[in-house]
Design a protein around this ligand. Structure first.
Ligand SMILES: *Cc1c(COP(=O)(O)O)cnc(C)c1O
Length: 458
């Protein structure tokens, strides 16, 4: 870091020249500009004013091994010296791209042996859509163009991946979703389950998938796509009945299942992959984020033997790829990242820490503003409500979450608000002592939020 850096000048330059993603620009330019994050170590980040914050989001759900791992910097440095770039088009490859494909295939269930590299989760989903449509053309069923996904799903921000996602705010701009993308009930019992038990509601949400298949015609459906646990939608952990029923329904109509494991993959939910935690068997797996712990931009699409066989045999050239598909530096860093996750048993740590988070963050469920705390591995949510017993929300859904998030930030804790759901996804290296500290900071933020809005609940 440049020691002479003047943070005020930097913030002014940022506001003047940096067009930020997912930002309300009017309020951004009216307010104090961006918070500058300067360095990080383990589960902590530091800002330009010297505040040390506990990052219970692992960046954007991605820094699985935690910050400041020298081995990853060294892997990038060495690879840049050896070979900073070469492409993987036209029958060429590089050492790290090959080794990473082999490694990812070895971590996935046996039926996965082919891995396509991209630079992000969005590109992974775009690649999957192009692959599935091409697959059905090769099978002689080109009318199978339609994808079924869930409302409030997040699959990325390109035109295709935002169409596949079910975020109504994203669909409200620029003519999205594109044709061919359909959305059904998200398995969110807390918000949508009413008087049903979670198990009944899980079956009802799955039934909507079957209804949509029948409405479109099973012969027109390319795939069903879902995050094992919806992340940006508010960490929606589906009821236990949901995924097994989806598996049954998709099996009945011969519709492939795509698991978007961009968040759940690489240990987040307590096993290597979220579909293993949730108990279903996808045909395609989408990966990014934890694949490199965010140290380099990289994503991947793994395709099962069943789909790839005919594709290779009869498909000719697949006219798809990115200049940086299988980028050697990103692949070298991802390989070293997977070595760390494996050697330090971070997947096991996520599974063990689940109990600690359930105990310590779960204890916040006694707070008057908290309707539910749910946890799977090291991902979870705290629901903010006006009435604990009825699960009634405050009016203007999302306002109270923003208040709480700001109290967290002011108090050196990073948690994110998805409407009035506080979500968390800390680095997988987090310790019991750090979880203790996090729970204390979270309670302070909840107390302050409650003090702000209590009068509305009376
Ligand atoms: C973040 C995310 C994406 C998009 O990944 P980018 O790298 O931001 O393009 C896709 N799917 C899920 C489930 C995500 O959480």
């Amino acid at each position: 870091m440049n020691k002479n850096l003047n943070i005020e000048e930097l913030v002014a330059a940022d506001t003047a020249h940096h067009f930020h993603p997912f930002t309300d620009h009017k309020s951004f330019h009216a307010g104090g500009g961006a918070r500058v994050i300067t360095h990080a170590k383990g589960v902590y980040i530091w800002d330009g004013k010297g505040n040390k914050m506990l990052d219970a989001m692992a960046g954007l759900w991605c820094v699985n091994v935690g910050y400041g791992r020298k081995e990853l910097a060294e892997a990038a440095y060495q690879q840049m010296l050896d070979l900073p770039f070469y492409n993987t088009f036209f029958k060429t490859t590089t050492v790290p791209a090959t080794l990473l494909a082999e490694k990812v295939a070895s971590l996935l269930p046996e039926r996965f042996n082919q891995v396509f590299f991209v630079n992000s989760g969005s590109e992974a989903n775009d690649t999957m859509v192009r692959f599935m449509r091409r697959y059905w053309e090769i099978k002689g069923q080109p009318e199978r163009m339609h994808f079924i996904a869930r409302r409030r799903a997040y699959h990325g921000s390109t035109c295709i991946s935002a169409s596949l996602g079910g975020m109504s705010a994203m669909h409200s701009q620029g003519g999205l979703p594109l044709p061919g993308f359909h959305h059904v009930q998200e398995p969110d019992w807390f918000q949508c389950g009413g008087d049903m038990s979670p198990e009944e509601f899980g079956l009802k949400a799955a039934k909507e998938v079957e209804d949509k298949i029948l409405e479109l015609g099973p012969e027109k459906v390319a795939a069903f796509v879902g995050e094992p646990i919806q992340g940006a939608g508010g960490v929606l952990v589906p009821p236990s009945t949901y995924w097994p029923e989806i598996q049954k329904i998709c099996g009945k109509y011969g519709i492939p299942i795509v698991a978007d494991e961009v968040i759940c993959g690489f240990g987040r939910a307590g096993k290597w992959f979220g579909h293993q935690t949730m108990g279903f068997e996808p045909d395609v797996v989408i990966m990014a984020k934890g694949l490199s712990s965010g140290y380099q931009p990289i994503g991947a699409v793994a395709i099962s033997d069943k789909l790839i066989g005919e594709f290779f045999e009869k498909g000719g050239e697949f006219f798809h790829g990115y200049t940086y598909s299988g980028h050697p530096v990103a692949c070298a860093v991802a390989l070293e990242n997977l070595r760390i996750i494996e050697d330090e048993d971070m997947v096991g740590n996520a599974a063990r820490m689940e109990a600690v988070v359930k105990e310590k963050i779960g204890a916040l469920a006694d707070h008057p503003i908290v309707g539910e705390v749910r946890v799977k591995g090291l991902i979870g949510a705290i629901e903010l409500v006006k009435n604990k017993n009825t699960r009634e929300r405050f009016d203007d859904w999302g306002r109270v979450g923003t208040i709480c998030r700001d109290h967290c930030f002011a108090n050196n804790l990073v948690m994110r608000a998805c409407w009035d759901t506080m979500v968390f996804s800390p680095p997988l290296c987090i310790t019991e002592a750090e979880i203790d500290e996090w729970a204390k900071l979270a309670r302070i933020a909840l107390d302050k939020t409650w003090a702000d809005v209590k009068h509305e609940a009376e």
